[in-house]
Design a binder for this molecule. Structure first.
Ligand code: NAI
Length: 330
């Protein structure tokens, strides 16, 4: 039986993790989940929101499924998510956004894959107060990281039959940092003659995405734009409750939804487990459990086709009712 690390998170994390573990077990696939807690709740006892045991567990098992972990805003500890991505060098954040059955949105032809650089940019957290009234944040972009993520995007496109990779920057204003990312993209693109390449500025991209999203295929972006644009893309397919993601490096992969810990609905049995479930389905494909991945995906799609949905999608199901419905469709 395969052992996989499960970070069950906080906020809605434990509820949706329980739902996904239940669904996978009901599919007949045996997984030995190594549950690892992280975040604010473990600081008092262990002195850190991301204790070494969590990293060690992922290093041992190579794969993790992760529910969201709260990050305090404007103060407090550094994001567990950012630390984890850095510690395991999970340089590629992959966020596929495709319409799902029976979920009505403004567009029915969205099929975009957001590839977000995950290790640098303004997310490196290099900040300081110059004086009491002036804060500085350093935007650091390196050629190595930029080439690596662009190569990942083109390889992904090739492997998955995608036609185009579009780089997203603001290189007209940040000529050095975004300029470097753009130049790295151009250098990498020259080696992939069978995949089209395109360049767009991030502000124009945002407008185009909410008017004609069907024109985009694979997008590759520096960290901050990638974070924002992937939430926008999540909105195009039904919102954060259905947006899956993965953080992938050379040696390890952590699968997690795009959404956060949703403190506004935590503990109310109303969170949508779909985003975490779709992330888990991709994780199963990653470890070559295709039969179970397809089986669970079919059960999820059948549930949605039958009109059973959680409140974020306009439905009436609680988390547990939705989970039971997926299980009964397995
Ligand atoms: P959020 O994604 O938690 O919530 C935004 C809105 O979407 C809320 O109204 C929430 O109820 C709704 N929502 C999110 N997931 C949902 C689901 N599965 N089902 C139904 N509704 C859902 O974003 P927010 O409020 O900005 O962040 C809350 C906390 O989560 C913050 O501490 C943030 O730092 C953290 N966070 C953690 C992430 C991670 O662990 N990977 C990613 C993003 C945010």
């Amino acid at each position: 039986m395969r052992t996989i690390t499960l970070i069950n998170g906080d906020g809605i994390g434990p509820e949706i993790s329980e739902a996904v573990v239940k669904i996978i077990a009901a599919s007949g696939l045996g997984i030995d989940w190594e549950i690892q807690t992280a975040g604010e709740n473990v600081i008092a006892e262990e002195g850190s929101p991301l204790p070494d045991r969590v990293i060690e567990s992922i290093k041992k098992n190579k794969i993790a499924l992760k529910a969201p972990v709260t990050t305090p805003i404007g103060k407090g500890f550094r994001s567990v998510n950012v630390q984890l991505r850095k510690a395991l060098d999970l340089y590629a954040n992959l966020r596929p956004c495709k319409n799902l059955p029976n979920i009505k949105t403004r567009f029915d032809n969205v099929d975009i894959v957001v590839v977000r650089e995950n290790t640098e940019d303004l997310y490196a957290g290099i900040e300081r107060m110059q004086d009491d009234d002036t804060a500085e944040s350093i935007k650091r972009i390196t050629r190595n990281a930029s080439e690596r993520i662009c190569k990942f995007a083109f390889d992904y496109a090739l492997k998955n039959g995608r036609k185009e990779v579009c780089v997203v920057t603001k290189a007209n204003i940040m000529k050095l940092s975004d300029g470097l990312f753009l130049n790295a993209f151009r250098d990498v693109a020259a080696n992939y003659s069978s995949v089209k390449n395109r360049e767009i500025l991030v502000d124009n991209l945002c407008m185009q995405l909410v008017q004609k999203p069907e024109q985009f295929d694979v997008l590759v972006l520096p960290n901050l734009y990638g974070d924002i644009v992937s939430d926008l893309c999540a909105g195009l397919i039904g919102g954060l409750g259905v947006a899956q993601g993965a953080n992938i490096g050379e040696d390890y992969a952590v699968f997690e939804p795009v959404h956060g810990s949703a403190p506004d609905i935590a503990g109310k049995n109303s969170a949508n487990p779909t985003a975490l479930l779709l992330s888990a389905i991709e994780m199963l494909r990653f470890i070559s459990e295709y039969v179970y991945a397809d089986k669970i995906e079919s059960a999820l799609f059948k549930t949605l086709e039958n009109g059973l949905m959680t409140k974020d999608l306009g439905g009436h199901c609680s988390t547990s009712e939705f989970t039971e419905a997926v299980i009964s469709n397995l």
